[in-house]
Design a protein. Structure first.
Length: 189
């Protein structure tokens, strides 16, 4: 059991945002999401409060909230994962993309995207996101992989987090997205 201030953190649980939308009205849930704070990366905070519900409803990705079983109204951390397709050959012609058949041979690969992963500053001592990644994130992706395939995943991150994702989560540098000032990192599943 962890003690944070006067709050005892007994056991973490993962709550899907989709299920939370069924149990809370959207306004109440939005208030809960807005309480999440991450000073290290504004995008992590902004994604949860601005985009997570919309992306959940549109099926862009699924967001999972890290909660304590006895502390239901606070989000300790979260992660969001989804599907994508990435092109790995630089010589693709525009007409190839419209062909639709044999895209695998043309360099396209199904790939899982780790949209976001972060923890609430108020609970930073209670949650280790590397542990959440190695257990829960990979578990969800491996379950999907068993049914639909794919053997790669990626994340786009700010350069300051490149070392963290490499050493703690096993990602490797893939390329630089200069227009967004991000690093794309990739790893096998």
């Amino acid at each position: 059991m962890l003690l944070f201030g006067q709050t005892k953190i007994k056991m973490l649980r993962i709550q899907s945002l989709g299920d939370a939308l069924k149990h809370f009205n959207q306004e109440k849930l939005q208030d809960i999401l807005k309480e999440f704070k991450c000073a290290k990366d504004d995008d992590i905070e902004r994604f949860l409060s601005v985009y997570a519900i919309e992306y959940e409803r549109k099926g862009v990705c699924r967001t999972f909230l890290v909660m304590d079983t006895n502390y239901r109204q606070k989000i300790l951390g979260y992660f969001a994962i989804g599907l994508n397709v990435m092109h790995f050959k630089k010589t693709l012609k525009v007409a190839d993309a419209y062909e639709g058949i044999n895209l695998y041979e043309k360099g396209y690969r199904p790939i899982y995207k780790l949209f976001m992963i972060g923890k609430n500053d108020d609970f930073s001592e209670c949650v280790k996101m590397a542990d959440i990644f190695k257990t829960d994130v990979l578990q969800y992706i491996r379950t999907s992989q068993r049914y639909v395939g794919g053997n790669l995943m990626y994340i786009d991150c700010v350069p300051e987090l490149q070392s963290y994702y490499a050493t703690k989560l096993g990602f490797s540098y893939y390329d630089r997205l200069d227009e967004h000032q991000l690093i794309r990192m990739i790893r096998g599943i």
